[in-house]
Write a protein that binds this ligand. Structure first.
Ligand SMILES: NC(=O)c1ccc[n+]([C@@H]2O[C@H](COP(=O)([O-])OP(=O)(O)OC[C@H]3O[C@@H](n4cnc5c(N)ncnc54)[C@H](OP(=O)(O)O)[C@@H]3O)[C@@H](O)[C@H]2O)c1
Length: 267
C-alpha cells in the first residue's frame, strides 16, 4: 500500500482508506482492509458505524488511523467537546487520530468551532484536525482562526466523474499542504461496474483501460484519484472480496497516457 503525507505533518497515511457510511459488512472486511494496509478508517458520529469500527480495531488500535467527524449540527463549542466524547466512547478508544467537521454550518461562528477543535487537540484527545465539505473560502476562514494546530485535511466529493474541486479547491490544498480525502471515489459504485448513470462513452474508456492493465474498473477509478498529488481515497464496501479488490488499487500507477485518456473521456 502506497503512503502519502498527511497535510504538512510527518505522519504517513495509506492512499486507500476504508469508508463506512452506510456500512453493514461487520468487522471482517474492515480487518482485512487494515491487514492489507488500508489502515485509515473513516467514520462519523452521524454514520452509526463508530461501534463496528471500534470492534474491528480492538486489539490493533495502534496500527489504525481513526478518522471521525463531528456533525454539522454540533458545531457550538460545548457540543463539539461532547460529540468527541461520544465518539471516543462508541469507538472505545482514548484518542481520535483525525477529527473532522462534517459540514460547515453558518449558524455557528466558525471561530468558536475551531477553538473547540484546538482545545481537543491541545488536550491530546485529538491528534489532527480536519474539515469536510469546506469550499476554498470556508477553508481559508477556518484556517485564519487556528492558533496552535494546522488543518491537515479536507474531505470532499472527488472521483473521475465529479471534478468540481479541480477548479480551485484542489490546487489550493496542494499548494498549502492540505490532504484531500476523496469521498465517494467510486461514484457510489457507478465507476466500479457498468450502470446507466454514466455515459457509455465514458464507461467504455474506463473499461478499456481496466482491460489493458488487467485491473478492475474500481481499481482504475481509485488509482486515478490517488494519482493526484495530495489525494487519498476512502471507498466503502460491505464485501470482503470488494474490499480486497479496492485495496489492490494501490501499489502501481496508471501511466500518464492512461490518465490523459480518462481525463479526456470524463472531462
Ligand atoms: N464527508 C462526507 O460528507 C461524505 C459523504 C459521502 C461519503 N463519505 C465517506 O466516503 C466513503 C465512500 O463514499 P460512498 O460510500 O459514498 O461511495 P463509494 O465508495 O464511491 O461507493 C460505495 C458503493 O460502491 C460499491 N462498491 C465498493 N467497492 C466496489 C467494487 N470493487 N466493485 C463494485 N462495487 C463496489 C459499494 O457496494 P458494496 O458495499 O456492496 O460493495 C457501494 O454501493 C463513505 O463510506 C464515507 O466514509 C463522506
Amino acid at each position: 500500500m502506497e503512503l502519502k503525507q498527511l497535510g504538512n505533518t510527518r505522519i504517513m497515511v495509506p492512499e486507500i482508506g476504508l469508508g463506512t457510511w452506510n456500512y453493514s459488512g461487520g468487522v471482517e472486511p474492515l480487518r482485512k482492509g487494515i491487514e492489507l494496509g488500508a489502515c485509515l478508517i473513516d467514520t462519523a458520529e452521524g454514520y452509526h458505524t463508530e461501534d463496528v469500527v471500534g470492534q474491528a480495531i480492538k486489539g490493533i488500535r495502534g496500527r489504525v488511523f481513526v478518522a471521525t467527524k463531528v456533525s454539522g449540527r454540533h458545531l457550538a463549542y460545548d457540543d463539539v467537546l461532547r460529540a468527541a466524547e461520544g465518539s471516543l466512547r462508541l469507538l472505545d478508544i482514548d484518542y481520535i487520530d483525525l477529527y473532522q467537521i462534517h459540514w460547515p454550518n453558518s449558524r455557528f461562528p466558525i471561530k468558536e468551532t475551531m477553538r473547540a477543535m484546538e482545545r481537543l487537540a491541545d488536550s491530546g484527545v485529538v491528534k489532527y484536525i480536519g474539515v469536510s465539505n469546506f469550499s476554498t473560502e470556508e477553508l481559508r476562514e477556518a484556517q485564519s482562526f487556528m492558533s496552535n494546530h494546522p488543518i491537515v485535511s479536507n474531505q470532499v466529493l472527488y472521483n473521475l466523474n465529479s471534478r468540481e474541486i479541480e477548479r480551485d479547491l484542489l490546487p489550493y490544498c496542494q499548494k498549502n499542504e492540505i490532504t484531500i480525502i476523496a469521498y465517494t471515489p467510486l461514484g457510489s459504485g457507478g465507476l466500479a461496474k457498468n450502470t446507466r448513470f454514466i455515459s457509455n462513452r465514458k464507461m467504455k474508456v474506463l473499461e478499456q483501460t481496466a482491460n489493458e492493465l488487467q485491473k478492475t474498473m474500481s481499481q482504475v477509478s481509485l488509482n486515478w484519484c490517488t494519482s493526484r498529488p495530495n489525494v487519498i481515497a476512502i471507498p466503502k464496501s460491505n464485501s470482503l472480496g470488494r474490499t480486497i479488490e479496492n485495496c489492490l488499487a494501490s501499489g502501481w500507477r496508471l501511466s500518464q497516457k492512461n490518465i490523459q485518456l480518462l481525463d479526456e473521456a470524463f472531462s
